[in-house]
Design a protein around this ligand. Structure first.
Ligand SMILES: C[S@@+](CC[C@H](N)C(=O)[O-])C[C@H]1O[C@@H](n2cnc3c(N)ncnc32)[C@H](O)[C@@H]1O
Length: 211
């Protein structure tokens, strides 16, 4: 998707992907990444997700990246957080206790920003992107992450011919094709429901780096 599409969504408040509660799959499956609790977690395409606060509450520091500065401003305001302006040569954004939110393009995030990252949480990030960008997303993520960083990935799957994205349909096979060179992939939960009249499955994957 073009950046303008997302800026327009945030400007007009059409953010149906935003969840009013912490994601239940995150709460249930996060422990499967075998972290001790103090690590930095990278949240690509973070929106104003409350999941970042939950990760903080578990003891993690959070590094988010989001195209829309408005989304990040809403995150700070709606949650009554004390934030300062991020001082960074290439990103604007916000700095808080245990959280850095970069406002800008995920594809501009480099190894430097991710040097302390020890885990990744992707909910509605991969599925926000059309097919050709998903390949770039996976390649970029793998390029900026240090070896040994696990990922919790939540992706939607449905018959793409019945509905257009975003969210795009991303099958378990696609997740495998995108990540199996570097990760052992386990599907830990599936939930099927009807979304806008289309049978939809949400799959939760734990990606553990191959040694
Ligand atoms: C479907 S939403 C998901 C947001 C969040 N992960 C959540 O669970 O609520 C996708 C988000 O990615 C942002 N986005 C899209 N392309 C991006 C990019 N290239 N870099 C950074 N953020 C991007 C959009 O502005 C939007 O807020």
């Amino acid at each position: 998707m073009e950046a303008d599409f997302w800026h327009q969504m945030w400007r007009s408040g059409r953010v149906g992907f935003h969840q009013p509660d912490v994601n239940a799959f995150l709460k249930k499956h996060w422990k499967k990444l075998n972290l001790s609790g103090h690590e930095q977690v990278f949240v690509p395409l973070c929106g104003k997700s409350l999941d970042m606060l939950w990760l903080n509450q578990q003891g993690h520091t959070v590094l988010g990246v989001e195209l829309s500065e408005k989304a990040l401003q809403e995150f700070v305001t709606e949650n009554g957080l004390q934030a300062t302006t991020l001082k960074h040569p290439r990103f604007s954004g916000f700095e808080m206790d245990k959280m850095s939110l970069l406002s800008g393009d995920f594809f501009d995030v480099s190894v430097k920003e991710c040097r302390e990252v020890k885990a990744v949480y992707d909910r509605a990030a991969l599925v926000a992107l059309p097919p050709e960008m998903r390949q770039q997303y996976a390649s970029h993520l793998k390029a900026v992450l240090a070896p040994g960083v696990p990922i919790l990935l939540i992706a939607m799957d449905y018959d793409q011919s019945l509905q257009s994205g975003p969210p795009f349909a991303v099958s378990a096979l696609e997740v495998k094709a995108l990540f199996e060179d570097r990760f052992n992939i386990e599907k830990v939960e599936s939930d099927t429901f009807e979304r806008k009249g289309v049978q939809t499955t949400e799959n939760v994957f734990v990606l553990i780096p191959k040694t």
